[in-house]
Design a binder for this molecule. Structure first.
Ligand SMILES: Nc1nc2c(c(=O)[nH]1)N[C@H]1C(S)=C(S)[C@@H](COP(=O)(O)OP(=O)(O)OC[C@H]3O[C@@H](n4cnc5c(N)ncnc54)[C@H](O)[C@@H]3O)O[C@H]1N2
Ligand code: MOO
Ligand SMILES: [Mg+2]
Length: 416
């Protein structure tokens, strides 16, 4: 039976539409990094919470400095010191000043800060040789955030800066999406473990460890079911077992049309609905995604480059969507092609590549041997060039789309 290929964009959309959102849970701030927010971060008070000094120096009443110049300096008497965290209780009177440190709350009646470097020390204070305007060198209450303001929307990824905000407002715990649980099964009678010596006809399983690392990069937990030889009954049983323990099951290998490609038959046996089994992309054209209840089964290709690309294109956005992330796609940029790419292109081609910033802009070059079965180019690459179908050859200097890998922050839509 001939499979009907569908466009990449349509395939991604099918997967996204089939995602069921996971529940939420409260986590401590120390465990919040990398999670998806399920509540907005709202400013619970103004930031800064009080007017404070932006510099180490002196707090004065600006009016007292009026008329000060190089030729006619004005003297101030220092009545006390306010370090950050302390409070100067007494209000300033004429020509009085507090010595004050960066971050300290302004004392009553003070309305300007004089930097230490702009003063000449005297016996009981200092002199000024210029006048200061009201509000000079003050960091104002609420200038950074106003009480009640929504600072970060629900559905955003918590990065280190977000953690700083959580701490600022006293979010000791925060509501986040639960982490979906993923199972990984590498199928193939030819597969050996990483410690095994090579034997004729056999290769080491690289997809399994690679997928674990792709999940680690997203901080998603997984059950690894190791390797399974091409045996229909045993594989079916293992897929069912994996399904019972997880939200998503990723298999690698066995999705094409070979005699031992059992995944299509396994989906039938377990009653999963296949969303698509052929995509207009290279590598990864045989990527198959199926749904059973609220669970997703990703049948990624056994070919390493195809497996890698299938995960980044379909599994990653699906996992983020399940967690309610509103920017589930890795960022896409434009870059200049650094070398010719001449392969014919009947489908959208995803080329493992290396981007680098040169003096004349962002450049990208294919990362070497780039067939579907390549492992060297996924090892070398840090991005994926997207070449739309149709064009026969791409020349040095042409502008191409690039998907950046390993990015913490994503975008809300892709137009592949
Ligand atoms: N007659 C056709 N043959 C093939 C077609 C087709 O349309 N018609 N599609 C080709 C394409 S495209 C791809 S991609 C592969 C997909 O193969 P499968 O997903 O069925 O994967 P396998 O047959 O199990 O293995 C393919 C290849 O990958 C190696 N492999 C498998 N697992 C691993 C692993 N865990 N780590 C490293 N390498 C792995 C395996 O040894 C094979 O060399 O099918 C084409 N054929
Ligand atoms: O699925 Mo295959 O990777 O198009 O080569
Ligand atoms: Mg096969």
């Amino acid at each position: 039976m001939i499979r009907k290929p569908i466009p990449v964009k349509e395939a991604v959309q099918h997967v996204i539409n089939s995602c069921t959102e996971v529940n939420s849970e409260m986590v401590k701030i120390d465990n919040a990094y990398g999670r998806i927010l399920k509540e907005p971060i709202v400013a619970k008070h103004d930031v800064p919470p009080f007017n404070r000094s932006a510099f180490d120096g002196y707090a004065i009443r600006a009016e007292d400095s009026e008329g000060a110049s190089e030729n006619s300096s004005i003297s101030f008497q220092v009545i006390g010191e306010i370090g950050a965290g302390h409070v100067g209780e007494r209000a300033l009177e004429e020509k009085e000043a507090y010595r004050i440190m960066t971050g300290a709350i302004l004392p009553p009646h003070a309305d300007a800060i004089v930097m230490l470097e702009e003063t000449e020390k005297t016996e009981n204070g200092f002199t000024l040789s210029r006048s200061f305007a009201v509000d000079e060198n003050i960091s104002f209450q609420g200038e950074d955030a106003k009480e009640g303001e929504i600072l970060i929307e629900s559905g955003s990824l918590i990065h280190p800066g977000t953690v700083a905000l959580l701490a600022t407002f006293g979010y000791a715990k925060v509501k986040v999406a639960k982490l979906p649980v993923v199972s990984i099964i590498s199928t193939g009678t030819e597969l050996l473990d990483v410690e095994d010596e090579l034997e004729p006809g056999k290769i080491r399983n690289s997809n399994g460890p690679m997928l674990k690392a792709q999940l680690d990069r997203m901080r998603i937990p997984y059950h690894s079911f190791g390797m399974m030889e091409d045996d229909l009954d045993a594989c079916t049983e293992l897929v069912e077992k994996a399904l019972s323990q997880s939200d998503i099951v990723i298999t690698t290998g066995g999705v094409s049309v070979g005699d031992y490609d059992y995944l299509p038959e396994i989906y039938k046996r377990i009653g999963a609905k296949v969303l698509f089994d052929k995509v207009m992309m290279r590598p990864g054209s045989v990527t198959t995604v199926a749904v059973l209840g609220d669970k997703l089964l990703f049948g990624l290709s056994g070919n390493p480059s195809a497996c890698f690309t299938g995960f980044e294109l379909f599994t990653r956005p699906a996992l983020l969507t399940m967690m309610g992330c509103t920017s589930p796609y890795v960022p896409r940029m434009k870059a200049t092609l650094g070398e010719d790419f001449t392969k014919a292109n009947p489908f959208t081609r995803f080329v493992r590549a290396i981007w680098e910033m040169r003096s004349d802009g962002l450049f990208v070059v294919p990362a070497g041997f780039n067939k579907s079965n390549a492992v060297s180019s996924i090892g070398r690459g840090n991005c994926i060039i997207v070449l739309p179908s149709g064009s026969e050859r791409y020349k040095v200097g042409e502008e191409v789309d690039v998907l950046l890998l390993g990015q913490e922050l994503g975008v809300a839509t892709w137009d592949l």
